[in-house]
Design a protein around this ligand. Structure first.
Ligand code: KMH
Ligand code: ZN
Length: 283
């Protein structure tokens, strides 16, 4: 019997933007972020994309101790794969590339995000990721043994990865991509744009769909049907369905798990995801 394909679900529980004004259910403190991550793991997520928040102001933070506190608590509970954001708060906090990399340098997670180009991030300002930053992040992550996940907000950023990274052998393929659809200023979320992005990826790439807002589930499903993986979580979308706030990130994961199973596919366990991504087991 043919084996069912395993779909990797990443959870992004908090991000840099939503606050308690947007949803009372957003986790802010390390304890809350760890608990939400654990519940999402129990529901079927095998990777967590992590940001840190200042518990006093709720604002995005790159404080190593806050990241460390979340990671230690997550590690006490489960072996979910940890991916630290290198983009969080880059615009609002006006951070240098070195500052953005510090949590990765100090804490050496299994993965980290690597934003593959500059653009107007909605009305927040310019998300500044020039070629030198992309190169610095790639070389540093390679040196530290951290797997980069290239965040792609528009088609030209795939070409950035090809010319800046692949053609110069900075990172060994296969590469891991997030196709981010629906950020204002980036590529919109439509079937056509998703097909175009997928077709433009380098051969053998691994990829997931991140769709912002209410299309998280429909565009995510389309990505799964095209052979990709998917990210859900309050960083990208706070609604379970139209007008209904998700009460936890685990609810968003549970809904995606149901979709995967309804498509007669399986959800990848942490061990399976580690073996797909060549990440050694923690035991
Ligand atoms: N917030 C998402 C649209 C990052 O943290 O480096 C993209 C993201 C990037 O997750
Ligand atoms: Zn993020």
């Amino acid at each position: 019997m043919e084996r069912k394909r395993k779909v990797i679900i990443t959870v992004a529980p908090v991000g840099a933007i939503p606050t308690r004004k947007d949803t009372p259910y957003i986790p802010i403190t390390p304890e809350e972020i760890a608990e939400e991550t654990f519940r999402s793991y129990q529901a079927g997520a095998s990777i967590v994309h992590l940001h840190a928040r200042d518990p006093g102001t709720q604002k995005s933070s790159i404080d190593i101790d806050l990241f460390k506190a979340s990671i230690e608590r997550i590690r006490e509970k489960c072996d979910i794969i940890i991916q630290i954001s290198t983009g969080g708060g880059a615009i609002s906090l006006d951070l240098s590339p070195e500052m953005r990399l510090r949590p990765v340098k100090e804490l050496k997670p299994e993965m980290a995000s690597l934003n593959a180009g500059s653009f107007n991030f909605g009305r927040m300002g310019i998300f500044n990721n020039p070629p030198e930053t992309i190169e610095l992040f790639s070389k540093s992550m390679r040196e530290w043994g951290v797997i980069p996940e290239f965040e792609i907000y528009d088609i030209g950023m795939i070409e950035n990865v090809k010319s800046l990274i692949l053609e110069r052998n900075l990172i060994e393929p296969p590469l891991q991509f997030s196709l981010v659809l629906g950020v204002m200023g980036g590529i919109p979320a439509t079937p056509k744009t998703l097909f175009f992005m997928v077709e433009s990826l380098p051969e053998r790439s691994r990829w997931q769909v991140i769709s912002i807002g209410r299309l998280q589930f429909s565009m995510g499903t389309m990505g799964i049907l095209l052979g990709g993986n998917v990210r859900v979580g309050m960083e990208d979308n706070i609604y379970l369905s139209k007008g209904v706030l998700a009460k936890s990130n685990a609810e968003l994961v549970e809904k995606m798990v149901k979709i995967v199973r309804a498509l007669d596919l399986d959800v990848a366990t942490v061990d399976e995801t580690r073996s797909f991504l060549n990440i050694p087991s923690r035991i």
